[in-house]
Design a protein around this ligand. Structure first.
Ligand SMILES: NC(=O)c1ccc[n+]([C@@H]2O[C@H](COP(=O)([O-])OP(=O)(O)OC[C@H]3O[C@@H](n4cnc5c(N)ncnc54)[C@H](OP(=O)(O)O)[C@@H]3O)[C@@H](O)[C@H]2O)c1
Length: 235
């Protein structure tokens, strides 16, 4: 297994939800962190056992990815992994929903991660063990009804990004894994009630899954991890 050993991990959307839980889990494990958030001030009250720097990153800002990568290199001199976590959901389905909302989800859930990976790619390829963990969704694997078509489409695209990274320069040691959870107990789905006897996945469980994916060596790469809290007929 790959040991944390001061490896530097960038995490987008690190200020809350899965991103914040992941930051705490990875710092406790011994990684050094470069945390991206639209408002990095929200991370000021967090304490991490290891080194953690906080940076502004907005998925819709074209220059933000290069700046965050450059600032991370200035702080640490290396980048070993990127956790593409920031994401957004807006109800936009087959019959209803605004085109601009579809565009917004496309920009945040697909194009933002693409720009961030492009900016970090030279480091991820040259270190010999680069990792990209993409927090996709089961909505990037299957369609349940038509109400969330826009979100699903952006997450299918995010899954294709993960596989494209996997197939890019494999000999360099670059590996990518898509984490595809069902409902996770965060702000994003706070209005979604689960039926009696069913539960949402805890953000800490997803953080642990991300830590596991990061620990896999180059010759034990896992393309997708599907995380269910309830039985689905397909997955
Ligand atoms: N919760 C679920 O049920 C679930 C299930 C499967 C997959 N996911 C995925 O898990 C990831 C994390 O979501 P979460 O559940 O932790 O939800 P969350 O608590 O709503 O967190 C979303 C994060 O994304 C950030 N974000 C939103 N728009 C952004 C933008 N334009 N630029 C940069 N950051 C932006 C948010 O920052 P602000 O605080 O600035 O808004 C926040 O940090 C997302 O990709 C989501 O699609 C969630």
């Amino acid at each position: 297994m790959l040991k944390p050993d001061g490896r530097v991990v960038m995490i987008s959307g690190a200020n809350r939800g899965i991103g914040l839980a992941t930051a705490h889990a990875l710092s406790a494990a011994g990684y050094q962190l470069s945390l991206g958030a639209r408002d990095p001030g929200q991370l000021q009250s967090e304490t991490f056992p290891g080194k953690a720097s906080c940076h502004h990153w907005d998925a819709e800002d074209s220059n933000a990815s290069t700046k965050w990568v450059n600032d991370t290199l200035a702080s640490y001199g290396r980048i070993d992994a990127v956790v593409l976590n920031a994401g957004v959901i807006i109800g936009a389905g087959l019959e209803n929903g605004l085109e601009q909302d579809m565009d917004h989800m496309w920009n945040v859930n697909f194009k933002g991660p693409l720009k961030l990976v492009r900016a970090a790619l030279p480091q991820l390829q040259s270190c010999g063990h680069g990792r990209v963990i993409n927090v996709v969704s089961l909505s990037g694997k299957r369609i349940m009804g038509s109400a969330n078509l826009g979100y699903s489409a952006s997450k299918f695209a995010a899954l294709s990004l993960t596989h494209a990274i996997r197939q890019h320069n494999w000999p360099s040691g670059l590996r990518a894994t898509a984490i595809c959870p069902g409902l996770v107990d965060t702000e994003m789905v706070k209005q979604v009630n689960t039926p009696p006897g069913e539960f949402k996945i805890s953000p800490d469980a997803i953080a642990g899954t991300i830590a596991y994916a990061l620990s896999l060596p180059n010759d034990a790469s896992v393309a997708e991890i599907l995380v269910n809290s309830r039985l689905e007929t397909t997955f």
